[in-house]
Design a protein around this ligand. Structure first.
Ligand code: NDP
Length: 280
């Protein structure tokens, strides 16, 4: 894909490229989501992260259609919900998402949660391999997979996931799961990159000083740290001025000391559900 202006891209293990920064639309209502995605596209975002369960794929699709941006300049991710997991149900779930999005294919289709008590994530993975082979999604991956879930699909499948999208923010840095994925070329995506607003970033030791040092906001420092960690990131904001702020992180660099300060913020503080418990 064409590199978005003044932004960075990562190479997936499929050979495709993904803009490293995107916009996430979790908890953005369908009636507001078209405006949110349109604002983001206008500002220069080219990567959108949605999911069937967000109930806003149609709005994302309308914003894409109205933008006039060529399809091959956009990276669109959606996810299969837990209740659609299964070898006989996955294909229909993706078709529904594609219809809502108004697209022939997505760039990335993820298993949203392993939902281990349902015992269907391995067969769902094999179904996603077929959907990728059929061209309905350019890449496939997983989300909220712990090391053991990853190992199970690596063993059963013939395609290595391109992505594992997990909760990841300064207080919860996910070194163990990233360590399992890295040798396989699995790129980590950070959900809740700003901690979902569930704790005060300003209280993290040293973050305020980094913001002062670089003349940036604490949110920009955190997002820049994600970029330099090599993860893909898609902060959610419904406010255009914050979307612009979150995009404005490609004109400075954290040095090694700054990165060490960020790494020291890891307190193992999870703000979301543990993957073993996400069996809704
Ligand atoms: P984020 O960490 O992106 O935090 C979003 C919150 O931060 C919102 O309250 C937003 O408020 C606020 N915010 C955004 N930018 C700024 C800023 N510059 N200054 C101050 N506040 C700001 O949480 P999300 O949960 O939304 O995670 C991002 C994306 O990750 C989701 O939208 C979704 O696409 C994905 N995700 C995936 C999950 C999964 O299970 N795979 C789970 C959760 C999320 P406001 O909108 O008012 O600006």
């Amino acid at each position: 894909m064409k590199t978005p202006e003044n932004q960075s891209v990562l190479s997936l293990n499929t050979g495709a490229e993904i803009p490293q920064l995107g916009i996430g639309v979790f908890k953005v209502d369908d009636d507001e989501c078209e405006r949110v995605v349109s604002d983001a596209l206008e500002l220069g975002y080219r990567h959108i992260d949605t999911a069937m369960i967000y109930r806003n794929e149609a709005a994302v699709g309308r914003a894409i259609a109205n933008s006039g941006i060529p399809r091959d300049e956009l990276f669109v991710t959606t996810k299969i919900w837990n209740s659609d997991q299964g070898k006989d149900t996955a294909a229909a779930a993706l078709e529904t998402s594609l219809e809502l999005l108004g697209l022939d294919s997505v760039d990335l289709y993820l298993i949203h949660w392993p939902a281990p008590l349902r015992e269907k994530y391995v067969e769902t993975w094999l179904a996603l391999e077929e959907l990728a082979a059929a061209g309905r999604t350019a890449a496939i991956g997983v989300s909220n997979f712990e090391p053991e879930h990853l190992e199970n699909i690596l063993e059963a499948g013939s395609v290595v996931p391109a992505i594992n999208q997990v909760e990841l923010h300064p207080a919860f840095q996910q070194r163990a799961v990233r360590h399992v994925g890295e040798p396989h070329g699995i790129i980590t995506e950070a959900w809740g990159p700003l901690g979902q607003g569930k704790y005060d970033l300003a209280e993290l030791p040293g973050l305020g000083d980094l913001a002062t040092k670089h003349g940036k906001t604490i949110q920009q420092i955190v997002l820049r740290w994600h970029i330099q960690e090599g993860v893909a990131v898609f902060p959610k904001s419904v406010r255009k001025e914050r979307m612009a702020e979150n995009l404005d992180i490609f004109d400075f660099e954290l040095d090694a000391n700054d990165m060490n300060t960020m790494v020291a913020m890891d307190s193992g503080r999870r703000v979301g559900t543990h993957p073993d418990d996400g069996n809704w």
